[in-house]
Write a protein that binds this ligand. Sequence first.
Ligand code: FRU
Length: 497
Amino acid sequence: MMTSQTLREARKYEETFEKMIPEEERPAFHLSTRTGWMNDPNGFSYYQGKYHMFYQYNPYNSHWGPMHWGHAVSTDLLHWEYLPAALAPDEAYDRDGCFSGSAVELPDGRQLLMYTGVVNERQPNGGHTEVQTQCLAVGDGTDYEKYEHNPVLDERDLPEGSSRNDFRDPKMWQEEEDGSYCCVIGNRPADGSGQLLLYESGDGFHWTFKSVLASNNNRIGRMWECPDFFRLDGKWVILTSPQDMLSQGFEYHNGNGTLCLIGDYDREAGKFIEESDQSIDYGIDFYAPQTVLTPDGRRVMIGWMQNWDTCNHRRKHDEAWFGQMSLPREISIQNGRLYQKPVRELEDMRCNRVAFENLTFSGNVYPEGLKGRRVDMEIVVRPVEGCDMYRKFAVRFARSDQYQTSFSYRPGESVLKVDRKFSGSRRAIIHQRRSKVECRDGVLKLRIILDRFSVEAFVNDGEQVMTAVLYTDQEADGIYFSADGTVSIDVTKYDLV
Ligand code: FRU
């Protein structure tokens, strides 16, 4: 297979420069970029006995730049091995970037990638506009050859009035019944908001427009990026990441966000029938998730553990790497809502169990031996009989004399807040976010996962998740609890190794 000069250079660069990043300066079990910059997960798939994760990748520095596809494989979704970069912007139709996309397996055993090719077109006034088309590459799990008839979808395949400048992030899947392929692509209709377009193909190479699967109508943000669409627990689910969101109560926050639509699907007409909408993650750093179906039938989701508006939150401007993925999360629909749980393989990494039962206190408590930055910790909080309802409970972690990050819960409002204001951040970005949570009688369940530079809190068995990155020095590893009023808590904590 021929590799271009551009791809060869990227592969040589990443091999040399990954060695400059000490292992302990990366997350341990969250996939981070091999070198340079990472954004969206791409081509998340199970192929030839391994999970494949590709990602939006600029190997050359830790800022967004010429988009390549990075590549890693894993057998348990937690320990990742890097493979050489899969795609580079090396053709006339993708010279300004190989943007997000997806992967499927072809009947002959090869892997098919579909991605968005970007070209900056010069305008008469001297400016540039991005033109986006969909392109293919075929490979063996390591090397990929771009399809000779690229692009396979361009402006001629758009419904009338739809934008050729915002036409990206194809997510393909294979239909079980007849083996044909479908894909859903983010786009902007004439009203400037977002819509998801559905395309079909018999062989994965020749694609035709089917329908507008779903329309935003300027309700939830504007452009909808990085769609995914699948059946789950008897419902149909769209995951997408809207830009330019307006806050709506506790449900959606300003800027880039995530959206889960739950409903039904009229396959004949190619129309999604929406029943409800909600955020996917209620924290700060989660975007552009993609899902895979595991061989044992679980739907697992991974997102970019970042947010376009918080990318200034970093250790230093010229650090060696920037960008990590979230934990893989098993998703399900329960009571009409999206539930998420850390992938069960994580339990195999647990060791050094520390547990406290019925720890009853007010003020601060520093349980003996409770510390760590690679941690899986379950906490149940409840009020104490004979005492007034507590006013606030907080778990504080990544703590030293100077630093700490916390989750605090106020049963009176049933609001959970993440606060990384004292995590060592020196930027004027969002440090806090509040989320309404469903708790009865002041009982709250949290499962908190720490991995050096992040925290993910799974609330009430996965009914909600709040995710945030933090770059606090690793020596800050204390964990303690505080209560305004009296609470009783059960805590089980493991180190993850
Ligand atoms: C979302 C996104 C995608 C695009 C990619 C470019 O984070 O804007 O829509 O394909 O990033 O890197």
